[in-house]
Ligand binder design. Sequence first.
Ligand SMILES: [Zn+2]
Length: 132
Amino acid sequence: MTRQLPALDPDTEFFWKAGAQGRLQICRCQSCTRYIHPPLPRCPACGGGTAPSQVSGKARIASYTINEQPWQRGLAVPYVFAAVELVEQPELYVLTNIIACPAQTLRIGLDVEVTFEQQEEFYLPLFRPANG
Ligand SMILES: [Zn+2]
């Protein structure tokens, strides 16, 4: 199955391609060191320039929904759509899918880690329960 892929844009391209090296990269302000996601060319807090920065790929589920309807092309139902909060900074959320997680394990606060699903030139950052 083929998922609907994001549009490639110079500000976000790194985010979708860093997975080729098995890394999750998040836009970071070069002045105040704040992480910014979705990526922006300028920091909304201080106006500083930004650049991609490698993060651990560790996060916690902040909220999720289980989708029973095939709203999104290429995703078998049911699938889990979630906001995960990266451990690097409070309220640094990434919207993603949770995979390899039994329904009875799924909960807010669950520790998860990034994994990548390659689709054409994209490496989609998805999250699965952390191994500990
Ligand atoms: Zn800044």
